[in-house]
Design a binder for this molecule. Structure first.
Ligand SMILES: C[S@@+](CC[C@H](N)C(=O)[O-])C[C@H]1O[C@@H](n2cnc3c(N)ncnc32)[C@H](O)[C@@H]1O
Length: 240
């Protein structure tokens, strides 16, 4: 299944499941990511509920004006998800404040709270969300690793390495799979240079095609790659 199809399935987009819950963990100083997440996901699944959780009580109080319960609400909580059973968890730019040794426990706490078929999306991005890397996990563990970018703003794909999630950022060294992935991506990007006249997105699509042709377990196809996104099986980057 593609990454998008997995999320749709988790939200029960094709079933009659009532009001699936989505949790945005560690939404930050402003609830803007939670509000946007709710708006975007409603086009995928009508009737879903979104809950923003924060450890910082001042941030919970500051988000109150944006609440619209039961569709959108905010509360105090951490990786234990305040006891909720969500279909989807987003945790962006939270684990980067932690040590690499704390990642597995945080992942387990979140995946252990998932509703059947649920997913956790945990990652890191730049301030504008134009350079992102995330891991998609089910209750069984990590499934996919995804890169997302505006190809026009990249000199080369390895520019994304600065936004690797905590589980991988210290692994971007020779001998580790994620380092080999960025080397392969940069080679494919160089080979795809003749596609530049068609625009940076065309060059990114060709880069993804070349990577898949080289044997990397690339998911999806041109339609998703055109968005500047690229998912691979987690096995491609699982640390040694
Ligand atoms: C950099 S902000 C991230 C904001 C937002 N998620 C984004 O992507 O822009 C990190 C936030 O995570 C919160 N945080 C840290 N550890 C947390 C935890 N275990 N559970 C919930 N929130 C946490 C902090 O209070 C801080 O507000």
């Amino acid at each position: 299944m593609t990454g998008s199809a997995l999320v749709r399935a988790a939200l029960g987009a094709n079933t009659d499941t009532d009001s699936p819950l989505v949790v945005d963990v560690g939404y930050g100083a402003s609830p803007v990511t939670t509000v946007e997440l709710a708006a975007r996901l409603r086009s995928v699944r009508d009737g879903l509920r979104v809950l923003g959780l924060e450890l910082d009580p001042d941030r919970v109080a500051a988000a109150a004006h944006a609440a619209d319960p039961p569709r959108l609400d905010f509360g105090r909580g951490g990786f234990e998800l305040a006891g909720a059973r969500p279909a989807l968890v987003r945790a962006f730019n939270v684990l980067r404040q932690y040590s690499a040794a704390e990642v597995d426990a945080a992942w387990s706490a979140m995946t252990g709270r998932l509703a059947p078929g649920g997913l956790v999306v945990e990652g890191t991005c730049d301030e504008l969300g134009r350079r992102c890397c995330w891991v998609t996990l089910s209750a069984a563990g990590p499934l996919l690793f995804t890169l997302a970018c505006r190809p026009a703003e990249l000199a080369r794909p390895s520019d994304l390495a600065e936004r690797l999630p905590k589980s991988l950022i210290h692994r971007n060294v020779p001998g580790e799979p994620v380092h080999a992935l960025f080397e392969a991506l940069d080679r494919c990007w160089a080979t795809a240079a003749p596609f530049s006249p068609y625009g940076p997105r065309a060059r990114w699509v060709e880069t993804a095609r070349l990577l898949a042709a080289a044997g990397w377990p690339v998911r999806d196809g041109r339609k998703r790659w055109r968005l500047g996104e690229l998912s691979l099986d987690w096995s491609a980057v699982r640390p040694n």
